[in-house]
Design a protein around this ligand. Sequence first.
Ligand SMILES: NC(=O)c1ccc[n+]([C@@H]2O[C@H](COP(=O)([O-])OP(=O)(O)OC[C@H]3O[C@@H](n4cnc5c(N)ncnc54)[C@H](OP(=O)(O)O)[C@@H]3O)[C@@H](O)[C@H]2O)c1
Length: 332
Amino acid sequence: MTAIPQTMTAIGISTPGGPEVLKPETRPVPQPGAGEILVAVAAAGVNRPDVLQRQGGYNPPPGASDIPGLEIAGTVVALGEGAKRFAIGDKVCGLVAGGGYAQYTVVHESNALPAPKGLSPTEAGAIPETYFTVWTNVFQRGRLQTGESFLVHGGSSGIGTTAIQLAKAFGATVLATAGSDEKCRACRELGADHAINYRAEDFVAAAKAATDGRGVNLILDMVGGDYIDRNYEAAADQGRIVQIAFLNGPKATVNFSRLMLKRLTHTGSTLRPRTVAEKAAIAAELQEKVWPLLEAGRCKPQINATFPLVEAAEAHRLMESSAHIGKIVLTV
Ligand SMILES: NC(=O)c1ccc[n+]([C@@H]2O[C@H](COP(=O)([O-])OP(=O)(O)OC[C@H]3O[C@@H](n4cnc5c(N)ncnc54)[C@H](OP(=O)(O)O)[C@@H]3O)[C@@H](O)[C@H]2O)c1
């Protein structure tokens, strides 16, 4: 085992702004605290919330690293006091509230999972943020059941590609919206029963047609804006709508009578500020219910592009172009 250095390369946000503000910096290697593990990072996933943080709109929660990056995979190189879930040398992936874009990062052992067998470090590093988010919002909060219909907006996003595969694996009829025919094709290849190019087709009419007029049981929405009213229209009686972002803005004019007449439930959540214990509960369910699917190849993170850590700015440029399908990953 090579010795742990005092300093490391990490990506800092020099000032809020465009991708060019992401700059390699020399930082101290963090020390694992009680219950934490120090991981030599092999891969760090890039997520849309990192873009918001870089722009100055999504500050890390109190106590979290100011280095961007919410998910990593790598090798355990040191254990904090009382940490016993993993041994030095174990390959893990983990969810962090910041600090992923770095050569080393600390993860609470309960928010880390063994890297799934058969997946590359790059694939493992692309799992935590979207799998934790989809599990807690679609299955815990949204209570998706076998045989129900499920619509995910942004089907080609990191979140969308995960949601399609997991909803399908758990027996739902899956609908997805995406912004091009190519993206719709990718959604179908991942298992979507219906992929709707929202630029060419009204997703409400398409969702009704795909469900024999009943509407969909569960909608996972990252768009907001005018989609809020349209989601109410596309939902079935007793439908649920789970909000995870507002890419088109958080304000809307909504006909709320549908909420009452259809007995809808509209909820939402953010993952990052939740407690270590809450994230640990999600991790435990993932390990039990989803890790076997990953190891059997029944779902898989979709890697669109990789960039060396020091080229994080290029990775953000690609994400902001929205040309990608699936995940963008930094390799360390
Ligand atoms: N609440 C939570 O806990 C949580 C956790 C993680 C991520 N998120 C949110 O989930 C969303 C997806 O994250 P991700 O990392 O998977 O993102 P991503 O891979 O960058 O995908 C975002 C996609 O959304 C679509 N889109 C629709 N309307 C858009 C708009 N107005 N602006 C930009 N893109 C738009 C784009 O594809 P089209 O061509 O189809 O438009 C784009 O490719 C983000 O908004 C993120 O903040 C929330």
